[in-house]
Write a protein that binds this ligand. Structure first.
Ligand SMILES: Cc1ncc(COP(=O)(O)O)c(C=O)c1O
Length: 481
C-alpha cells in the first residue's frame, strides 16, 4: 500500500513549518548525528559544539546519588516511597519540591532575593514554560519583542502552537550587543506601524548565545520600558548559575526589590534545571510569576507538561541538601571558568577573539568575521559549511540566532570531556594556520597574529575543493549543501 502525505488531512499547525527546525542551527545537529565524533571508533567525525549542555559536574551528582540512595524510589532504600510517589499527580507539585526549588533559585542569586514557593509553577523544561506563558499573555497575532541574538528555540517555543509573533530588537557588535532603550523603542514603533500589538518583551539573562549578563542600569531601563508601555516582561534566567566570573549575576527579582516603579503583575521569570544543574533530560522547568492570575492559569495549563513526581521527589531531596548545592554551584562555576579560559586562550593564539564581555553560559561567542570572503550573512553560511563539513565541528552560525553582524559563531564548550575539547581546539588552530600558511609569502615565516590574508575571496573555494580535506562528507551532509 502506498501512503501519500496529504497536508490537507492535517491541521494547519501540523503542516506548517512553525517548528523552526529549518535552520542551520538544527542542520548542524543533523550533520553531527550522521557522523558523530568518537575518540576511537570515529576520531575524524563531527564534534558536537552546538549543544548547550553542562556535563562538567556529573561526577559530583553521581557521588551524591551514591551517598543518598533514599532519594530514588527505585532503590532498596527508597522503595517504601514508591507507591505514594507513583500515585501523586497534583499539579501544584510536591510541597517539598517547590520549597527546594524556591530555595535553590535564591541561592543561585546569591540569597539577595526571596521566592515564594506558592508562585512556583511546573513545566516541561523552560521550553514548556515559555509556551505556557505565551498562551497566558498573548493572543494569536500579538507579539513579543526579543533582543537579538537570541536562542533559536524561541521561534518554536513561543510561536508555533500559540500563533504569537516574535519581533527582533536588533543589537550590534559595536557596543557588544547591548540592549538599548533606543533599540527597544525602534522595535516597538516598527510593530505599531505594522499594526501588530506588542504584549511583552522577552529577555534572556544571562544571554544565550552571548554569554553576557545584563547590568543593573540596563535592567532598570528595561523595567521602566515595559512599565511605561504596560507590556509584560518575561525573563529567561536559566543560565543564572553559570556566571563564572565577575561581575555577579543580577536577577530581575533583585531590581523589583529596589525602589523602582513597576506593576509587578507584568513580570514573569522562566527557570529550569537544564543548564545550571545540567539536567535537560529531567525536564524540570519553572514559571515564577508575580501575577496571581498568571500563576493560577499557568498551573492549570501545567497539566499538559508536569514534571514527573519521581523527578520532583529526587530533585526535592537533592536541592534540599544545602551543603551539596553550595559546593556544586561553586565547583560548576570554577570548571566552566577553566574551560572558558583554555578555549579562549587557544583561540587567541591563532588570532581568533571572542566577545570580551562574556562571563556566563556554556558557550562562547566567537568572532570569525575576518575569515569571511565578504561581510555578508551568505559568506557566514559559506564559512559555516566549511567548518562543519571540513573542519568537522558543529558550531552554530550567528544568523541562526538572528544576529545581523556577519561572522559570529556560538561554540559550546561544556558538553564534552577535556580530550575532545583539545581535539576541537586543535582542529580550529590547524584550520586557521593552514589557511594562513597557504596565503603567506614564503619569505615571511613568522605569522604575526593577523588574519588579514584570509580575506582573500578565493580562500574558501580553495579549502572546500581541497583534495586534502580530512574526510569525505557524509551523504546526508552533502545532500544538504
Ligand atoms: C535561553 C534558553 N531558554 C530555554 C531553553 C530550553 O531549555 P529546557 O531544556 O529547560 O527546555 C534553552 C535551551 O538551550 C535556552 O538556551
Amino acid at each position: 500500500m502506498v501512503f501519500k502525505l496529504n497536508s490537507h488531512l492535517l491541521s494547519r499547525i501540523a503542516s506548517s513549518n512553525g517548528h523552526g527546525e529549518d535552520s542551520p542551527y538544527f542542520d548542524g545537529w543533523k550533520a553531527y548525528d550522521t557522523d558523530p565524533h568518537h575518540p576511537t571508533d570515529n576520531p575524524n567525525g563531527v564534534i558536537q559544539m552546538g549543544l548547550a549542555e553542562n556535563q562538567l559536574c556529573f561526577d559530583l551528582i553521581q557521588d551524591w546519588l551514591k551517598k543518598n540512595p533514599k532519594a530514588s524510589i527505585c532503590s532498596p532504600e527508597g522503595l517504601n516511597e514508591f507507591r505514594e510517589t507513583a500515585i501523586f499527580q497534583d499539579y501544584h507539585g510536591l510541597p517539598e519540591f517547590r520549597n527546594a526549588v524556591a530555595n535553590f533559585m535564591e541561592k543561585v542569586r546569591g540569597n539577595r532575593v526571596t521566592f515564594d514557593p506558592d508562585r512556583i509553577v511546573m513545566s516541561g523544561g523552560a521550553t514548556g514554560a515559555h509556551e505556557t506563558l505565551a498562551f497566558c499573555l498573548a493572543d494569536p497575532g500579538e507579539a513579543f519583542l526579543v533582543p537579538t541574538p537570541y536562542y533559536p528555540g524561541f521561534d518554536r517555543d513561543l510561536r508555533w502552537r500559540t500563533g504569537v509573533k516574535l519581533i527582533p530588537v536588533h543589537s550590534d557588535s559595536s557596543n557588544n550587543f547591548m540592549v538599548t532603550r533606543e533599540a527597544l523603542e525602534n522595535a516597538y514603533e516598527r510593530a505599531r506601524l505594522d499594526n501588530i500589538k506588542v504584549k511583552g518583551l522577552l529577555i534572556t539573562n544571562p544571554s544565550n548565545p552571548l554569554g553576557t549578563i545584563l547590568d543593573r542600569e540596563t535592567l532598570r531601563s528595561i523595567v521602566r520600558f515595559i512599565n511605561e508601555k504596560n507590556i509584560h516582561l518575561v525573563c529567561d534566567e536559566i543560565y543564572a548559575a553559570t556566571v563564572f566570573s565577575q561581575p555577579d549575576f543580577i536577577s530581575i527579582a533583585e531590581i523589583l526589590q529596589e525602589d523602582i516603579e513597576c506593576n509587578l503583575d507584568l513580570v514573569h521569570i522562566v527557570y529550569s534545571l537544564s543548564k545550571d544543574m545540567g539536567f535537560p533530560g529531567l525536564r524540570v522547568g519553572i514559571i515564577y510569576s508575580y501575577n496571581d492570575s498568571v500563576v493560577s492559569c499557568a498551573r492549570k495549563m501545567s497539566s499538559f507538561g508536569l514534571v514527573s513526581t519521581q523527578t520532583q521527589y529526587l530533585i526535592a531531596s537533592m536541592l534540599s541538601d544545602s551543603e551539596f548545592v553550595e559546593m556544586f554551584i561553586r565547583e560548576s562555576k570554577s570548571r566552566l571558568a577553566a574551560r572558558y579560559r583554555v578555549f579562549t586562550r587557544g583561540l587567541h593564539q591563532v588570532g581568533i577573539e571572542c566577545l570580551k564581555t562574556s562571563n556566563a553560559g556554556l558557550f562562547l561567542w566567537m568572532d570569525l568575521s575576518r575569515l569571511l570572503k565578504e561581510q555578508t550573512l551568505e559568506a557566514e553560511m559559506e564559512l559555516w559549511r566549511v567548518i562543519i563539513h571540513e573542519v568537522k565541528l558543529n558550531v552554530s552560525p550567528g544568523c541562526s540566532f538572528h544576529c545581523l553582524n556577519p561572522g559570529w559563531f556560538r561554540v559550546c564548550f561544556a558538553n564534552m570531556d577535556d580530550d575532545t575539547m583539545q581535539v576541537a581546539l586543535s582542529r580550529i588552530k590547524t584550520f586557521v594556520n593552514k589557511e594562513v600558511d597557504t596565503k603567506k609569502p614564503k619569505k615571511n615565516l613568522r605569522w604575526q597574529g593577523s588574519l588579514k590574508l584570509l580575506n582573500s575571496p578565493r580562500i574558501y573555494d580553495d579549502f572546500i575543493n581541497s583534495p586534502h580535506s580530512p574526510i569525505p562528507q557524509s551523504p546526508l551532509v552533502r545532500a544538504r549543501t
